[in-house]
Design a protein around this ligand. Sequence first.
Ligand SMILES: *[C@@H]1O[C@H](CO)[C@@H](O)[C@H](O)[C@H]1NC(C)=O
Ligand SMILES: *[C@@H]1O[C@H](CO)[C@@H](O)[C@H](O)[C@H]1NC(C)=O
Ligand SMILES: *[C@@H]1O[C@H](CO)[C@@H](O)[C@H](O)[C@H]1NC(C)=O
Length: 353
Amino acid sequence: MSIQRVMVVLVAFFHGLTAFALPSSTTSQALDSRSSMEPRAGADPNLTGYLGAFFLGADPFVYFYLSNGNDAISFKALNKGSPVVKPTKGTKGVRDPAIVSGGGAEAGKKWYIIGTDLNIGSTTWDAAQRTGSRGIFIWESTDLVTWTGERLVTVEDVTAGMVWAPEAIWDSGKGAYMVFWASKFYPSSDSSHKGSPSNTQIRYAYTSDFKTFSAPQTYIDKSPTDIIDLTILTLQDGSLLRFMKDESRKTVFVEASESGLFGNWTRAGGTLAIIQSGVEGPAAYLDNKAPGRVHLLLDFYGSDGYRPFESTNPGSNGGWTASSRTNFPSNLRHGSVLPINQTCYDALVKKWG
Ligand SMILES: *[C@@H]1O[C@H](CO)[C@@H](O)[C@H](O)[C@H]1NC(C)=O
Ligand SMILES: *[C@@H]1O[C@H](CO)[C@@H](O)[C@H](O)[C@H]1NC(C)=O
Ligand SMILES: *[C@@H]1O[C@H](CO)[C@@H](O)[C@H](O)[C@H]1NC(C)=O
């Protein structure tokens, strides 16, 4: 993160404090009046495309998709539709690939792909949640084109039944990456995990190198509700949105915070407000051209995978509309999308196009 960006985030943060006590119905107006005093959200002339990383239903590997020009909902497969990354360790299958942008000294210099160690073709959904992998897959890159350094690092306690859908965000306050995932837990007396587990929670740990991680702790516990598939988006004004799946009701919803990762998260519309039901694996990204527009991919896991949605009031659960699917490939499953510049776009075409 550049000094300028840190300052924008700090200004937005203190700005956010003054708007903090507004009822949620006025939040969008508050955001609008703030953005007129600051760089307009989401429109960065240096960003001219999007890189998507996904897995495909029957194929638990990392597939790259590149936008057609600077169109946020039009994508084509790279590498002729073959995987760009295939794991050799653990279950030899990776789901839910997330591209993590470097922060601090690694900003603009380092990227990571992290993902779930799960090949469902060689296990069952029940076993995968009792004695599944407690590690996360990690690859790294200095250009987003070449990916190396595969590792599988255990992040969870022995009482955990699985570690699902890891993602990470640079926490500038901590000067480290906050990594988060979903786990459920068995009593320590039930070491073979045959009994009843806890609800599924979002857990987290910190790392500065994706090699060693702090001891895991609980981040989101909506007991008795099961929560999976958390993703966090930083808006250009520095406020945060977190999208997640209610695994009990099979819905995706969003919460907003103007006071940081461990701040006051509120769910616009109330505790049962949702964006969509029958979906999972939310992936959110800012539009490169349209100020304030956010795109959200929702995985229709019982049907044809990701479909794009969009909103200019992204902290609202009710403000999302379906985007055109004319140029959006079908059967892409839970992954992530990263806005990229032209240098990166051209390098990806050269290597994988
Ligand atoms: C675009 O890139 C140039 C060159 O790196 C940089 O000076 C400028 O601040 C960038 N603009 C934005 C809006 O990030
Ligand atoms: C959290 O935010 C909500 C909505 O903006 C507000 O009503 C509430 O007072 C805030 N809670 C705290 C502890 O600041
Ligand atoms: C463009 O993106 C690449 C990553 O692919 C990064 O290394 C480079 O610094 C970026 N260039 C500019 C001008 O932002």
